[in-house]
Design a protein around this ligand. Structure first.
Ligand SMILES: [Zn+2]
Length: 311
């Protein structure tokens, strides 16, 4: 094993890059702009140049670099082919081969949500486990499945898309994916606000500090203060996501669920609420699964990239 590796996380506006020791230590992180013009054809060249510049600056020889692991905002197959990345302008091509020939390093790539899950398993909230399901509660609900320390990408790169499990046949509003009644419509940061507003509109006489001008942080702050309506809404949320994750357990049977994304900043009240309802719906063999908070934040992707290139 060589001494250093790079983790790269390509976003729609910036590319995050980290220089790591192969033991898992993050030495330095920086960002470069994502130049999406010309069909995104400049992005990999910019990354290659930035990596080379960092090696010179740190006086590190290319011979001491194990490789580059990269998260991409779209599906990537096991051979390193990007299937389509609309927000980067990319069509079908082999991103591993292309960055490999630009840098001379071994390159591994995966979908960004899956790579983040791998990072959390390696050095974050899932450290110590081999089988985890990462659940990201942000504007949507994302997911990633890690089995025996490896990403499960699925045939279409869609394994772990737990946010789009249909859980309500009666829903009339449409999810971002085009379906109706998806898990994320109720349980993401936007989803819990939607649930809360529906509740407030249906129960105008109940006494609460919550108003229609709310966000997920305000809601969880009121849950912590014991506001009865906020607690009821969080219970409804817990029932929906607890049931959803119990279904996931019936298929994946992980050691732990790692909960990340912006809403997880509310802390243990999130994992406690999920656990309370999960236990009601879980198959008996999977009832004692662990619930952990993610710890790497926006660095999860670069950690996961490095883990991927070390395997
Ligand atoms: Zn959906």
């Amino acid at each position: 094993m060589k001494e250093y590796a790079f983790g790269v996380d390509i976003g729609g506006t910036t590319v995050k890059i980290g220089l790591f020791t192969t033991a898992g230590g993050l030495m330095e992180t920086w960002e470069i702009p994502t130049r999406t013009e010309n069909g995104g054809s400049l992005i990999l060249g910019d990354i290659a140049e930035s990596v080379k510049k960092k090696l010179e600056e740190m006086n590190i020889s290319a011979d001491d670099v194990e490789g580059i692991g990269m998260g991409v905002p779209g599906p990537v197959d096991e051979a390193g082919n990007v299937l389509k990345c609309a927000n980067l302008g990319w069509g079908f091509f082999n991103v591993e081969k292309e960055l490999g020939s630009l840098t001379g390093f071994k390159v591994k790539a995966g979908n960004d949500a899956n790579i983040a899950a791998l990072g959390e398993m390696w050095q974050g909230g899932g450290k110590g486990y081999k089988d985890i399901v990462m659940v990201t509660l942000g504007t949507g609900v994302g997911g990633g499945i890690i089995l025996n320390e490896h990403i499960l990408p699925g045939t279409n790169g869609a394994a772990g898309e737990i946010g789009h499990m249909t859980i309500n046949e009666e829903e009339e509003e449409t999810c971002g994916c085009g379906k109706k009644g998806c898990l994320e419509q109720y349980t993401s940061a936007n989803g819990i606000v939607r649930v809360a507003k529906r509740y407030l509109a249906a129960h105008p006489d109940e006494k609460t500090a919550l108003t229609m001008d709310l966000n997920s942080k305000i809601l969880w702050d009121e849950v912590k203060k014991g506001d009865e309506v906020a607690v009821k809404i969080s219970d409804e949320w817990g029932r929906i996501i607890g049931k959803g994750l119990a279904l996931v357990s019936c298929v994946v049977d992980p050691q732990a669920f790692v909960i990340g994304g912006g809403m997880s900043k509310a802390g243990e009240c999130i994992t406690e609420k999920i656990k309370e309802y999960y236990k009601l719906y879980a198959f008996h063999a999977s009832r004692d699964v662990e619930f952990r908070l993610a710890t790497l934040g926006n660095n999860a992707g670069i950690y996961g990239g490095v883990k991927m290139v070390l395997d």
